[in-house]
Structures are given as structure tokens and as C-alpha cells.
Design a protein around this ligand. Structure first.
Ligand SMILES: [Zn+2]
Length: 266
């Protein structure tokens, strides 16, 4: 398992306990599908203070993310990209239902937004550099063009959070990333295609756009079916079936889904 720290970020290590689910703290770069660009709702000092607060049963302490982008200075990286952080659910929340898929597959980036609710030039520069690095390092991200809900997300696209949307200037970010893709000479394009093939062989998976699209559809269908199973189970319980037996069945089904997602199946 690799441990990836971006060379242009200042390391400022977060508490190792604030990672993962069920004793599995990390994933591979090949399991990363993109990133969530968050807004801190405050100063960078306040957000990092919260991150560094030891983990307790208090939901305030149950949040973590990979990189903070301050108004002034370089980004600060708190966890390796491979860490499974708790950033995609409700604030201070690591519940499985709202946050699991986003936390397993996405990198969390927090942007200082106080006092003007805007990214300044420093932040725009660094957030694009971070996206470039993720595209370069994660074999599932690079083959698809940079786009919202494909490999770039805001928090509200994933869960009903108070984390504000609308702060991230997506148009210039996506334009800069697309320019990278289009700026290749024919020779570079050939080399890049060969590199993608090598990575695909290494990962042992089809990484063409069509194959990735099919995977996304399969995962959405799977999750929709999981919702139907839970609704049915609730009906059974309400109709008087044994709560313990039904709940055990659900738990077994959930464990299978989590194992499958962990194994990169969905
Ligand atoms: Zn957020």
C-alpha cells in the first residue's frame, strides 16, 4: 500500500484514529474516483483546531479531511491520499447511510472561506494544482474528463449538509484541467494512451470511459436495490416479523455491500 503526500503541500498530520471504517483505515490510489471541494465555514485555524481535537463520541470530533487550502500560503496535507477520511457525510458524522461511498472513494479538500465566502487567487491556484495531482496519481480519475458529479463534487451533491455550496468557482477550475488534457501534442497523447493501458493492466480492469460508466450505473442500481431491501425489511418488522432475524439479514446484506465496495466491485 502506498502512502501519498503531495510534494507542494505542507504536512500537518491529523489524528490517525480519524480514518476508515471497521478497522480499515486506507484504500489504494486505484480506488479513488475523484474529490470533494468543501468550504470550511470559517478560518483555517479553527478548522484545523477541530481536526486535531482527539476523537471522542462527540460528533464535533468525528470529521476529517485530507487537505486544507488557506487564504495565505501553501495547502496543508493532514492525511495521505490513501486514508479514508470522514468528510462526505453530515457535519461531524460518519454514518454509513449518508457518507460511506463518498468517504471511501473521494479525497476531501477544505477551503478557508472566512470572511468573504470566496476563493482568492492563492486558493484557486492551489486547488487546481491539487486536482491536477489527483488526476495524475489516481488511475480511475485521469481517463475521464474533469466534470462535476463525475470526478469533482461539492458536499451537497453527496448529502444534506450545511457545508455551503456555490463557493467553488468550478468554471475556471474545470477549464484549467481541460486545458491540461487538450494541451498534449500527438506524441504525448500516444504516450498517455499507452500509460493508461499500462495502468489498466496493472489494476487488472477495463478503464475505458464506457467501462467506467457501466460501473457507475451498476453501483447506482445496487444502492437503489439496497434501499428497496431496507424498506421491505421495515415493512416486515411492522407486520410483526422477528425484528432480530430481519435486522440480522440486513446486517449480513450490508456487510456484503461494504465488502464489495471495499473490493472495488461497485
Ligand atoms: Zn463539507
Amino acid at each position: 500500500m502506498t502512502d501519498t503526500w503531495l510534494p507542494f503541500c505542507v504536512p500537518e498530520l491529523g489524528p490517525p484514529a480519524k480514518r476508515g471504517y471497521g478497522g480499515v483505515p486506507t484504500r489504494s490510489l486505484a480506488e479513488i474516483e475523484g474529490e470533494v471541494k468543501h468550504s470550511m465555514e470559517g478560518y483555517v485555524a479553527g478548522a484545523i483546531g477541530r481536526l486535531m481535537t482527539p476523537l471522542t463520541s462527540d460528533p464535533y470530533t468525528q470529521a476529517s479531511w485530507h487537505i486544507s487550502v488557506p487564504k495565505i500560503g501553501k495547502p496543508r496535507q493532514h492525511f495521505a491520499l490513501e486514508a479514508i477520511c470522514w468528510h462526505a457525510g453530515l457535519p461531524g458524522d460518519r454514518r454509513f447511510d449518508t457518507s460511506l461511498v463518498g468517504n471511501l472513494t473521494l479525497v476531501g479538500i477544505e477551503h478557508e472561506d472566512y470572511p468573504d465566502n470566496k476563493l482568492n487567487a492563492n486558493q484557486l491556484h492551489w486547488t487546481v494544482e491539487i486536482s491536477r495531482a489527483i488526476r495524475a496519481l489516481c488511475p480511475r480519475v485521469a481517463p475521464r474528463p474533469p466534470a462535476l458529479r463525475v470526478n469533482l463534487w461539492e458536499h451537497r451533491m453527496l448529502s444534506a449538509t450545511s457545508c455551503p455550496s456555490g463557493l467553488i468557482p468550478w468554471a475556471p477550475i474545470i477549464a484549467a484541467l481541460k486545458e491540461d488534457d487538450m494541451g498534449m501534442t500527438p506524441q504525448q497523447e500516444t504516450e498517455f494512451a499507452a500509460l493508461k493501458k499500462q495502468v489498466a493492466a496493472l489494476v487488472g480492469e477495463d478503464l475505458t470511459d464506457d467501462a467506467l460508466e457501466a460501473r457507475l450505473v451498476a453501483r447506482d442500481t445496487y444502492l437503489a436495490n439496497a434501499g428497496i431491501v431496507i424498506t421491505k425489511a421495515m415493512t416486515l418488522i411492522q407486520a410483526g416479523s422477528s425484528r432480530v432475524i430481519v435486522l440480522n439479514d440486513i446486517k449480513a446484506a450490508c456487510d456484503r455491500v461494504i465488502a464489495d465496495i471495499g473490493a472495488g466491485k461497485y
